[in-house]
Design a protein around this ligand. Sequence first.
Ligand SMILES: [Ca+2]
Ligand SMILES: [Ca+2]
Length: 217
Amino acid sequence: MSKFIFLYCSFILLQMLLLFVVASEDDSNSEVKIEVVFMPSECNQKSKKGDLINVHYDGYLAEDGSQFYCSRSDKAGHPQWFVLGVGQVIKGLDVGMVDMCPGEKRKITVPSSLGFGEKGKAPVPPNATLVFEVELYSVSRGPRSMEAFQEIDLDKDKTLTKEEVKHYLKLEYERTGTPKDEPFYEKIMADIFRKSDHDSNGLITSKEYNVYEHDEL
Ligand SMILES: [Ca+2]
Ligand SMILES: [Ca+2]
């Protein structure tokens, strides 16, 4: 029996250690605290940067435990979809939801510097530490994954030209059995460059590819 407990504790310790490694990967992330509340017995695919994830989360103020956000009551209660690690949510969540299994639940404590900062954002007051209860439903390799970037980048120079993007679009639509005409590809490509080519030099770097401008919940 004690051997079992020892093994169990070692397992928990190992998991905490792994979480710590994840949380301290980048210095600015070190303050995000992750607590695994529920871990499913099976896990085929862990979340990583660039993945499209589907998640429910509730946000609370650490100070008094009051709830300031609930995805279950927002937007008709549908779980939220977003791309992980690219700034579609506050930094603390981008960091705190990495390496999560579908079905896993976490409690993530986010310092204000990785939340809404000195100014806050109503109803979150200035300098507020936030606590999120997060449940991950699904993970899929999104269009913003680095795998996709590498696939598009034919000559592997870490920048995407318009030709490379167009070539990739054609392949994608042919792959799904719905090839389109040239003006169609031109239009999508122009849209992609308008959104991603921030310095308008006609090339999308890996950095531009992964940076979003908004900082919404
Ligand atoms: Ca290239
Ligand atoms: Ca550029």
